[in-house]
Design a protein around this ligand. Structure first.
Ligand code: C2E
Ligand code: SIN
Ligand code: SIN
Ligand code: SIN
Ligand code: FE
Ligand code: FE
Length: 387
């Protein structure tokens, strides 16, 4: 009779569990390398190696969830394209779907394991350990998976689970920021594509207006207690709030005087048009931009457009951009009006607190007025003209 375990012992000999000081060293070494790494692919491979060493496994993989396609993907080596599997496949799929940590020490007697994988590769899977991993916001990012424990016990245990969790905790931030960076690049490409599709932007006030609205929005987001990452997301998305104006005819958009009711109805469509343009994107920044385009003219008291949402029915991003946009519009010359003096704007804001504007965002605005005025000077339209 062919004894698999005998052969295993002869060929590979057992490895030992790491002693605590070895474990510390491994974690230190890897975390240092991982935090210096900017490429998602390389971080994935480093995290896989870290996991494998920590739990003394033969193989280890870090799978990432691609929400767009519903697949898990990973990178196992340089020069080889990423591997993709359906996010409900195999043991990892179970860990993802059920949000559970799984230890299987006899793979062939567990029906969550799919033996077809071994049949194709000639590998013999004995043990599998898999657990979902989450980012700082508690959102599912993917899963760690390790295969075949290489110690004499030849079985994964609860401690291994804890060690993989530790590996995920220590490297998660580096992974997230690399992913964000990646997303920025993907987004830039997508924006260029979108802009090319709709033609050149025609709204004259787009130059520094969108930059200021972006910076004001970021300041307000931080003032409301959002973290850097979320404030940054809004900063990147808010410049697209008026992208729907691309669909407004010149006769309305550039009319020097006051709009008729009918013209204003046409003008108001820019919110829904912008939303329609952006809403199908899978990119987080463009999804955020879709919300902002849709909701930046909603009012706290429910009298805004296009949907007449009220209070917290309006997304926080919409409530923030609303105040940033109006502050900038009032302080700027438009074809239909002169810029208002600051004092008049601030008086209006006090009146509109709890009417047009969310009182909390309005308070954050007054608390951070210095920073806001600094932005206004730095990106003034006069600067743009002379630049
Ligand atoms: P916008 O000029 O950038 O103005 C953005 C928002 O700032 C306006 O949203 C409004 O809430 C506020 N705002 C701007 N100017 C004034 C003002 O003189 N007084 C007050 N109380 N609020 C002001 P709104 O009203 O939904 O308008 C959306 C966009 O429609 C405007 O963007 C502008 O492009 C256009 N628009 C609005 N009214 C007129 C108009 O009378 N003539 C022309 N040509 N365009 C207009
Ligand atoms: C599975 O999770 O079912 C596949 C395990 C493997 O990659 O061998
Ligand atoms: C603009 O942002 O260019 C005009 C203001 C608006 O419609 O939101
Ligand atoms: C939308 O439907 O406008 C996007 C989500 C939201 O409303 O907050
Ligand atoms: Fe607008
Ligand atoms: Fe605007």
């Amino acid at each position: 009779m062919h004894d698999y375990n005998d052969e295993f012992e002869k060929k590979l000999s057992y490895k030992e569990e790491l002693r605590p000081e070895q474990m510390l060293k491994v974690i230190f070494d890897f975390v240092a390398r991982i935090s210096n790494e900017k490429e998602v692919d390389r971080i994935l491979m480093l995290m896989a190696d870290l996991g494998r060493e920590l739990v003394v496994a033969d193989r280890c993989t870090l799978w990432l969830l691609d929400e767009g396609s519903g697949e898990l993907w990973t990178k196992v080596a340089h020069g080889i394209p990423p591997i993709r599997i359906p996010s409900d496949a195999g043991v990892v799929g179970h860990a993802i779907k059920g949000g559970e940590e799984i230890i299987i020490n006899d793979a062939y007697s567990d029906d969550r394991f799919n033996p077809e994988v071994d049949k194709k590769t000639g590998y013999h899977t004995r043990n599998i350990i898999a657990l979902p991993i989450y980012n700082n916001e508690g959102e599912l990012m993917g899963a760690y998976q390790a295969i075949n424990k290489m110690t004499r016990e030849a079985a994964f245990n609860q401690q291994d689970l804890e060690h993989l969790k530790l590996a995920a905790t220590y490297s998660g931030n580096a992974l997230e920021s690399a992913m964000l960076h990646q997303e920025i690049e993907d987004t830039q490409k997508e924006i260029i594509f979108t802009m090319a599709e709709v033609g050149e932007s025609r709204s004259k006030e787009t130059g520094n207006h969108v930059k200021r609205v972006a910076e004001y929005s970021r300041i307000l987001a931080l003032g409301l207690g959002m973290d850097e990452a979320e404030a940054e997301l809004l900063r990147m998305a808010s410049p697209m709030h008026d992208i729907g104006k691309i669909g407004i005819p010149d006769a309305v958009l550039k009319k020097p005087g006051k709009l008729t009711d009918e013209e204003f109805e046409i003008m108001k469509s820019h919110a829904a048009v912008g939303y329609q343009m952006l809403k199908n994107s899978r990119r987080r920044i463009l999804k955020t931009a879709a919300i902002v385009a849709h909701e930046h003219h909603e009012k706290w008291n429910g009298r805004g457009y296009p949907r007449g949402l009220k209070g917290e029915e309006i997304h926080t991003f919409g409530r923030i951009t609303a105040i940033a946009d109006v502050f900038d519009a009032l302080g700027s010359d438009r074809v239909y009006k002169k810029a208002w003096p600051l004092e008049k704007i601030l008086n209006l804001f006090k009146e509109e607190r709890g009417e047009h504007f969310d009182p909390k965002v309005c308070d954050a605005f007054f608390e951070r007025l210095d920073a806001i005025l600094e932005i206004r000077d730095r990106f003034s339209d006069a600067c743009e003209e002379t630049a």
